[in-house]
Design a protein around this ligand. Structure first.
Ligand SMILES: *[C@@H]1O[C@H](CO)[C@@H](O)[C@H](O)[C@H]1NC(C)=O
Ligand SMILES: *[C@@H]1O[C@H](CO)[C@@H](O)[C@H](O)[C@H]1NC(C)=O
Ligand SMILES: *[C@@H]1O[C@H](CO)[C@@H](O)[C@H](O)[C@H]1NC(C)=O
Ligand SMILES: *[C@@H]1O[C@H](CO)[C@@H](O)[C@H](O)[C@H]1NC(C)=O
Length: 296
């Protein structure tokens, strides 16, 4: 009898743990999942079943994303490498045909080149929040026809490549999260190729309210119903009026959507009377010392 109990125990143990330190179960979608969390790993442990669809490797010591490390997992649907020490994505390797969700939150990425996700052509969700990303290329998210979610929140982006969204070939992009970056300017026409993005997050950026904020101002007015911010861990709230100016000083913390164009782009001050100002702006009255008269 004790032998039988030990045997049952060993069988259960074998079922629950594929290798001593990784746990096997199924996620909420009933996909086979293996989790190896917080073990100082720098490579995928031996012995993980190749039918695994969800591989969770959070809180380890991976320093780069090596596509070839996962090529044996032909069914891989989700790869979670959050909270590692990843600073580089290795150049394209074998294609991970079924990879749909890639989690790289809380790593050490500082920039992303062009086409860096090319090895995962089925990607639908990319989580890059809480890195140190300061630069992207126009084609960073190109060639991903099923892409729905891009999370870039809590990074250090000072500018966006103007054609970033143009070159997202997916027509199903739904979520674009830029909360908490260092953006001061939205490039003109940035959203024009994706005019009705359902979830756009733009709060906690130092937007500069000069004439160049005109595009963002009209985008917010037009897309008010699609602008959100995060509140707490799980809630989102409608937040077009939480996209605020960080300058110039007289507009500090004013909601951009509530401004009039004349607030951020005042018309030229009235011309003082006096005949020199009504003449053409460049008068070459003296060829040796051309006199340039300001237009305003
Ligand atoms: C992360 O990696 C860098 C090298 O890229 C290393 O210097 C640093 O000690 C690592 N940090 C941790 C917490 O492992
Ligand atoms: C993006 O990441 C941030 C920070 O981790 C998180 O709070 C937010 O919920 C994520 N946004 C989306 C749309 O998943
Ligand atoms: C993106 O494309 C625009 C227009 O083609 C170009 O001016 C800009 O330099 C590119 N930006 C990057 C980061 O490659
Ligand atoms: C913004 O991100 C920084 C870390 O990058 C974090 O310390 C801060 O709490 C975040 N602020 C908000 C409002 O999310």
């Amino acid at each position: 009898m004790p032998c039988f109990i030990i045997l049952v125990f060993l069988l259960i143990r074998c079922f629950i743990f594929t290798s001593s330190s990784c746990q096997s179960d199924r996620n909420q979608d009933h996909r086979p999942r293996v989790s190896c969390v917080g073990q100082g790993l720098t490579a995928v442990p031996q012995g993980i079943h190749t039918d695994t669809q969800v591989l969770v490797l959070t809180g380890n010591q991976f320093t780069s994303l090596s596509w070839s490390m996962y090529s044996g997992f032909t069914e891989l649907h989700e790869l979670d490498l959050s909270h590692n020490n990843i600073s580089t994505l290795q150049p394209p390797g074998p294609v991970l045909e079924k990879l749909s969700v890639l989690r790289l939150s809380g790593n050490m990425l500082t920039g992303l080149g062009g086409l860096v996700f090319r090895c995962a052509p089925s990607l639908m969700e990319i989580y890059l929040d809480r890195n140190q990303i300061g630069s992207l290329q126009n084609d960073t998210f190109s060639d991903l026809p099923r892409l729905e979610v891009i999370n870039l929140s809590q990074n250090k982006l000072p500018v966006l490549p103007p054609r970033l969204l143009d070159l997202v070939s997916s027509s199903s992009l739904k979520t674009f999260d830029l909360e908490n970056n260092s953006l001061s300017l939205m490039p003109d026409g940035f959203f024009s190729s994706k005019p009705e993005l359902p979830y756009v997050y733009l709060t906690h950026n130092p937007w500069l309210c000069s004439c160049a904020v005109g595009y963002l101002h009209s985008f917010l007015n037009d897309q008010e119903h699609n602008i959100y911010m995060h509140e707490g861990l799980y809630n989102i709230i409608s937040a077009a009026d939480s996209v605020l100016c960080s300058g110039p000083p007289h507009l500090l913390r004013r909601p951009i959507i509530e401004l009039e164009e004349s607030d951020f782009c005042p018309p030229d001050p009235p011309h003082p009377s006096g005949d020199q100002y009504t003449k053409p702006f460049c008068i070459l009255s003296d060829l040796e010392h051309p006199r340039v008269v300001p237009t305003n």
